[in-house]
Ligand binder design. Structure first.
Ligand code: FAD
Length: 355
């Protein structure tokens, strides 16, 4: 049986392990954290990623998620820029991150071994395989070790890596009984979004322009329309992350017997809600390309085919997400007024087209 090491057990790493297992690989997952799991936040999963989860045999996504309904975009005072029925576009399902992670790990069979509390410090490769920390060996290594990937750093020491987006993100899950359809609210330099989860709680996220490392929480959202203040107040825990994406051009996702996957390969700003979805799609593609590998002989070629499929697609998403982030976070009065007018007009045109 062919052997693989997956570094990192975030959504990308566990999806990769499931995809490799399905293709008959023996997989060791190495995770630095002491326990497997995901943070307390929601996540949007787009139809293309749901399709990959189905292909991978991951069960229960439908039951654990809510199909997003068109929710529209509001101004901070609550006036609608684009109303709910006007969008008429394909929408994701919303799911709790921990639930998605659990659904993936529930597929782990005897071919997958997990070692938590394991920090990958060195990776070397030769013609036959890859060695981790001078002690573990496999024919393939998948680096799913996140935006600050040590494996990527070892492969491409000249690459600049993460780039600060200019804004920070807050996320929470509110246990409140509120009759609201959710959606986004765009201000100048700040944005707020909310969506209901399957258990009735609300997942919300907020972004604000500020220097990286700033710890004080912005108070601006307290004066925004209802139910934003209630959602923030009703959350037990608020996650805070400065938002980075990866410098373009992205580095190749394959080098010899090592593949980069997920944020390690193409971390993007969260504006499109596609980072984890792309990691899942990477896993599906990797499994497909490696399915054709016999006796390890064609492995580097299979990884190059994986890179050729996934790097252009995710480069586009990194660019689009960055552009949307700039637009959504603009503090310029003229630009934000024009943006709001264009979005409102776009909504009306979409509505007309649907009629
Ligand atoms: C505010 C916000 C909202 C988002 N919303 C969405 C959304 O709605 N939809 C969506 O699709 N995406 C979303 N994303 C993006 C998504 O969160 C990421 O793209 C995704 O979680 C990346 O998964 P990953 O497995 O590649 O990396 P990570 O989740 O970063 O996992 C990497 C893992 O590797 C481990 N690790 C790191 N280094 C080592 C090492 N040396 N040895 C061993 N283990 C190591 C880490 O402990 C970690 O568990 C959002 C991101 C943010 C910041």
């Amino acid at each position: 049986m062919s052997t693989a090491i997956v570094v990192g057990a975030g959504i990308g790493g566990v999806a990769a392990a499931v995809a490799l297992q399905r293709r008959g690989w023996q997989v060791t997952v190495l995770e630095r954290a002491r326990e497997l799991g995901e943070v307390g936040a929601g996540i949007s999963v787009w139809p293309s990623a749901v399709a990959v989860l189905e292909e991978l045999g991951v069960k229960g996504v439908e039951k654990a998620s809510v199909q997003s309904k068109p929710a529209g975009i509001r101004r901070p005072d609550g006036r609608w820029m684009v109303g709910a029925p006007e969008l008429g576009v394909e929408l994701p399902v919303m799911i709790h991150r921990a639930q998605l992670h659990d659904l993936l790990t529930a597929e782990f069979g005897p071919a997958i071994t997990v070692r938590t509390g394991y920090d990958v410090r060195t990776v070397t490769q030769d013609a036959d395989g890859v060695t981790v920390n001078d002690e573990l060996r496999a024919e393939l290594l998948v680096a799913a070790d996140g935006i600050r990937s040590a494996v990527r750093g070892a492969l491409y020491p000249q690459y600049k890596g993460p780039r600060y987006s200019g804004f920070t993100a807050y996320r929470g899950i509110a246990n409140v009984d509120i009759d609201d359809g959710g959606g986004e609210t765009w201000g100048r330099g700040q944005l707020f979004g909310a969506a209901r989860l399957i258990d009735g709680r609300f997942y919300w996220y907020a972004t604000a322009n500020q220097a990286p490392g700033t710890t004080s929480e912005p108070t601006v959202f307290e004066s925004w329309h209802d139910p934003i203040p209630q959602l923030i107040a009703g959350s037990e825990q608020i996650l805070h992350n400065d938002v980075y994406d990866l410098t373009l051009p992205l580095v190749p996702f394959a080098r010899g017997r090592i593949a980069l996957l997920g944020d390690a390969a193409h971390a993007m700003t969260p504006n499109l809600g596609r980072g984890a979805c792309s990691a899942i799609e990477d896993a599906g593609a990797l499994g497909r390309h490696l399915g054709a590998v016999q006796g390890g002989k064609d492995l580097p070629a299979a990884l190059m085919a994986y890179d050729a499929e996934r790097r252009p697609a995710t480069t586009k998403l990194v660019k689009r997400s960055r552009a949307l982030g700039r637009l959504a976070q603009t503090e310029n009065r003229l630009l934000s007024t024009t943006r709001d007018a264009v979005v409102a007009l776009g909504g009306k045109l979409l509505a007309l087209r649907r009629k």
